[in-house]
Write a new protein. Structure first.
Length: 278
């Protein structure tokens, strides 16, 4: 059985988005695209000035956005009528399809805000499908827990814990893993998938081959393989995310990701003409 080794270790790039929210971006910069993953942002600060302006109403077409909160409160509203207050541990999984306009604004005036947003590409046959909004309450999330680790399962399955996102085109795996010092996490990944780890805290070793030190806010792209082996040198918290590549050309235009430049220009025109939301 082939061991999954590290392909690349990447330090995220500090940037800002929305109305000036400070964040760290990895996928979307380097690499620009890790099929089917388009973007990964980590946002987090104790300073309200870094996040208080939030993400005012803006459009999307042709992608899925997955927002996972670790600390703080966010208020979501969108053009499908979906709305809700996200708190620590909650997940918002939104299929934008043919078009959605939404906002994500802090529902707090101070304190720590911390979370992630992942963009997943949609295959061409689904890019103009009806938008969907899924809210996953932290209290209802499947969790595996033993003496060595805790695994929150947002998508995929670990032991008897199965995530609520099912029958998905890219067959995603999305785990939040807490691993105690000097312990191991083993998992069989689909050999067809592109997979990565995002280390939030601690220090870990991946695979059998020697690699550079990996700790705190680091993206780890993985080679294709079957047997993933992770060991912790310190108490560690990390995301494991995996998905089946779509294998189609993409054309980007800000919040719109389609297959051709013509389709992106059509999205811009629809938004400007007020015909964006079907």
């Amino acid at each position: 059985m082939s061991i999954v080794e590290i392909a690349q270790i990447i330090d995220p790039l500090p940037t800002s988005d929305g109305a000036g929210v400070k964040l760290k971006r990895s996928i979307g910069v380097e690499p620009n695209y890790f099929d089917p993953f388009l973007m990964l942002d980590e946002f987090g600060s104790e300073n309200k000035d870094d996040y208080i302006a939030g993400f005012p109403p803006h459009p999307h077409r042709g992608i899925e956005t997955v927002t996972y909160m670790l600390a703080g409160d966010f208020e979501h509203k969108d053009s499908t009528g979906g709305q809700g207050r996200m708190t620590a541990g909650d997940v918002q999984w939104m299929k934008t399809g043919s078009g959605i306009i939404h906002s994500e604004m802090p529902a707090m005036k101070d304190g720590r805000l911390h979370g992630f947003q992942l963009w997943i590409n949609m295959p061409s046959k689904l890019k103009m499908s009806k938008p969907e909004y899924h809210y996953i309450d932290a209290n209802k999330m499947a969790v595996h827990k033993d003496d060595e680790k805790q695994i929150k399962v947002i998508a995929g399955k670990y032991a008897k814990a199965e995530g609520p996102i099912k029958r998905h085109s890219v067959e995603p795996i999305y785990f939040d893993i807490e691993l105690k010092k000097d312990k191991k996490f083993d998992f069989d990944l689909p050999s067809t998938h592109n997979s990565f780890i995002y280390l939030i805290d601690g220090e870990i070793i991946v695979g059998d081959e020697k690699h550079n030190k990996v700790q705190n806010s680091t993206l780890i792209l993985l080679k294709k393989g079957k047997k993933l082996k992770v060991s912790s040198k310190l108490d560690a918290k990390f995301l494991l995310i995996s998905g089946k590549p779509i294998g189609e050309q993409i054309a980007r235009g800000g919040p719109f990701v389609m297959n051709t430049k013509t389709e992106v220009l059509q999205a811009v025109q629809d938004y400007q003409n007020g015909t964006f939301v079907k």
